[in-house]
Every structure is written in structure tokens, then in C-alpha cells.
Design a protein around this ligand. Structure first.
Ligand code: F6R
Length: 241
């Protein structure tokens, strides 16, 4: 992977936004794979600013999000659809019809997964934005003996529910299940931008990039992809030279 360590914290989001905005400037019809969580919030804030300065248009961009909680109403404040609308889509000129987040409210979740895969098979993701979980998960692909390449329903690990309880009243309010894009779809993206911040991610990102390729650390599979940029802040990059 191409590992970039950003020395000044305030540059982290700008560097990330520059990578995404340059792609959209040169390919206005770019297909973006997007992530939620704390890490990309600053990237989205910078993209909104670049858009408001008139430097980039998302009018023809399509987007596919990695994941969504199961059983949570779409308009719930902690749903990933709400997250994307509030942190990005409502503030740029993207056509909401061109934005895709798995429907966690679908009555038949397996059918929703197949539908999402059909859409993904018709659109090649040009750039996939990723974060990493403390256990090495990407999307909601949790460490396991085997990984599912396709979009599927997952049972979230207790650790993941605890990490995400900050968006809910308590850990008991975090849904037990989610829909996630599989590692196969993630690996098919032309380019991957993995964003990692904070001291608590230093060990897992070092293991993912330099350790063995194993399903017990789903992010380690990215070692097999030929166009990955890992963007680290100083703390997350502590174990890299
Ligand atoms: C979010 C997602 C997750 C997060 C990861 C890191 O759509 O798929 O894999 O990227 O849990 O989350 P943060 O950025 O909150 O530390």
C-alpha cells in the first residue's frame, strides 16, 4: 500500500478531500464507495467546502455506502442514511437518487442484499473510502474463520456495538445486526482510500498493512489490492517509519 503519514492533524482531512475531489474533477461521473463513522466526517466537511467554493460538482456522481444497521428506521438519527444526508449529501449538488445505502428496514434482508449486489455489479466503484475497526473490520466485515465476498447480513460483535454506542443512548440500543458490502465488492473498487486516525488504531493498522493476510483481520486482505492509499495521522502512524 501507499502509506501517507500526515504530520499536522489539520491537514489530514484536506489531504483526504483532495484525493476524492481530484478524482471527481477529472471524472465527473465517478462512482464513489462511501463510509460512515467518525473518521470520514472531516473529509466530508472539506468536500462540502470545496463544493461551495465552486471547485467541484457531484451532479453526475453515483455513490454506494458500505453498510447500514438492520431494523433501524431510515430516518432514525443514528441510521447511516441519516448520517450521509446530514454530513454530506444535503450540502452538495449530488442527486439523492444516485446515492445508495443498503435498506436496513427491508422486510427481506437477504433479498435486499442480493438487490444491492446487482446494483454493484452494474457500477464499478472508482474510489472506495474505508475506515478500520479496532478489530480490523472493514465495512461490517468482522474477523472470522471465513469472509463473505458479497453483500450480506452480519451479527455485530459486542466490541463493535460498544464502539458505536456513542451514536445511540446505550449499547443496548445499538442494533444487533447490519447489512454490509462484502470484501469481494470492496476489493473490486479501482482505488481504495483507507483513513485511520488516533492512537487506538496504531496497532491494528500496522498489523493490517504489515502483518499476515488473514480473515481474522479483514483489512489485511487489502494487501492483495494494487491501488490502496492508507492515510494516517501522526498517532495512528506511530508504528510506521
Ligand atoms: C462505517 C464502517 C466501519 C467504520 C469503522 C471505523 O461505514 O463501515 O467499518 O469505518 O468501524 O469507524 P470510526 O471511523 O468511527 O472509527
Amino acid at each position: 500500500a501507499n502509506v501517507i503519514k500526515v504530520t499536522h492533524e489539520e491537514d489530514f482531512h484536506k489531504v483526504a478531500a483532495h484525493i476524492v475531489a481530484s478524482l471527481v474533477q477529472t471524472s465527473p461521473r465517478a462512482v464513489l464507495g462511501l463510509a460512515t463513522g467518525g473518521t470520514p466526517v472531516g473529509l466530508y466537511r472539506e468536500l462540502i467546502q470545496i463544493h461551495k467554493q465552486g471547485l467541484v460538482s457531484f451532479a453526475k456522481v453515483k455513490s454506494y455506502n458500505l453498510d447500514e444497521y438492520a431494523g433501524l428506521p431510515t430516518e432514525h438519527p443514528a441510521s447511516y442514511r441519516t448520517f450521509m444526508n446530514e454530513h454530506l449529501f444535503n450540502h452538495i449538488d449530488i442527486n439523492l437518487e444516485n446515492t445508495h445505502v443498503p435498506d436496513g428496514q427491508a422486510t427481506d434482508l437477504d433479498a435486499e442484499c442480493r438487490l444491492y449486489d446487482e446494483m454493484l455489479s452494474e457500477a464499478v466503484i472508482d474510489l472506495q473510502v474505508l475506515g478500520i475497526g479496532h478489530n480490523g473490520h472493514i465495512g461490517f466485515n468482522e474477523p472470522d474463520d471465513s469472509l463473505n465476498p458479497a453483500t450480506h447480513v452480519v451479527t455485530l460483535l459486542e466490541q463493535t456495538r460498544e464502539a458505536n454506542s456513542r451514536y445511540f443512548g446505550s449499547v443496548d440500543d445499538v442494533p444487533a445486526q447490519a447489512i454490509t458490502m462484502g470484501v469481494g465488492s470492496i476489493m473490486k473498487a479501482r482505488q481504495i482510500l483507507l483513513l485511520v486516525r488516533g492512537a487506538d488504531k496504531a496497532e491494528i493498522i500496522h498489523r493490517a498493512v504489515t502483518g499476515p493476510i488473514t480473515t481474522q483481520c479483514p483489512a489485511s486482505l487489502l494487501q492483495l489490492h494494487s491501488n490502496v492509499t492508507v492515510l494516517l495521522d501522526a498517532e495512528a502512524g506511530r508504528l510506521f517509519q
